[in-house]
Design a protein around this ligand. Sequence first.
Ligand SMILES: [Zn+2]
Length: 458
Amino acid sequence: MKYLSRILRVVTEQLEFNYHSLCRTLKLSHLCFADDLLMFYRRDRVSIKVLLKAFATFSSVSRLEMNCDKSEIYFNGIQQGEIDYILSISGFKEGNFPFKYLVIPISYKRMVIGDCTRLVEKVVSKLRGWGAKKLSYSGRLVLIQAVLSQLHVYWARIFVIPVTVLDRVTAIYRNYLWSSSDQYGKVPSVAWDALCTEKKFGGLGIVNCRLWNQALIGKYTWWLSCKSDHLWIKWVDYVYMKGRNWQDYVPSLQSSWTLRKICAVKDIFKPGYNLNQWCDGKYTVAAGYRWLQGSQTKAQWAPVVWNRLNVPKHSFIAWLFAKERLLTKDRLRAFGPPIDGVCDLCAMHTEDHHHLFYQCAFSIRCWDILRQWLSVSLPTQDILQWCVKWRCRSLLKKHLFFAAVVAVLYNIWRVRNLCRVDMIVHSPIQVMKEVKTSVQARFQSRTWPSKYQSTWIF
Ligand SMILES: [Zn+2]
């Protein structure tokens, strides 16, 4: 490809070759990526002949032939007679916009919702493949963060994606997290914006599609303000800005839709630039994203809920517990059809968050067993806040203790659901045995230095 580039550079220097009007200043005739080649030229017979001659020279030396079946030529604003002539001498097929390049649709027009159908379809097809699997909330959360978000991010780092598409993708993520399906099936327990904050701020760390797209495009606005040495930056500078200051640049109505959207992102970031937010000369997408999220308050309970020795599915339920968003009967009665509000575990009191986890005879017995087991005094409310303040010299002991508390919360909720839905009753002793087993298994799943091998907790 280097040799081909050299040939193209030589032939396009000839007087008879005409660059595309938007590429003339930069003398841009082609772009190469691996074995893909994109070429640009003015719509005339002479220029195409110059290019074909360059290909012929390349083939005669390298013995490599271009594949006309895989090559397409795209026209805009040209008469049919000229199109027919160019097709006949080149042997290319006529292509239509948008065409796909590295899975991304390329078009000279603004991106419309239909161009992003592929993105939405890809997200839905991935998700339907997992739909049959019975995954916990935490399992679905991992898939959203590790797989689904990456599909959207790949597009978002190249385009300003229409807001309607971003909202559709967000709705799919939300439906999958709460209902295990791409279709709406359940009222979300927590507002989506609250989920999109980092775990230390009380969220789940899921990417906010709109803000992440802005943060990614913010990279281009930063490059433009720094006049970075990138071909695209030079192109925008020559074609649109013409040496003007990027910070003050206002796009004309004739400017492309994409450039106008990028300028809108620049205006969002302007206060950050003015405050020297990136005064060290480095813009990172993560830093831009955090800045867009604004200042947030730390969640005191986060180290307990997201403690590394917790079982992930325990952490998720503990997170809902911390936010008091578990669907206890008092909440179900407020949102749904009328149901009896009696606690299924004791059949004596009204079920609400405080009763279920602190005042129910079943829960009291569970906490008692934990108290005896760990030889610590436990509070009768705000258990997570108490855990944060609990002083312990050994960090490992502290992590194990957090894991045990979170496991108790998860199991109280699990047993309550089994009792309510399947009429299966468990005893507190049985439940606490399971708590102990799960914490022990979590501890043993990791390799520890020999000094930690003593079994303080077991
Ligand atoms: Zn009860």
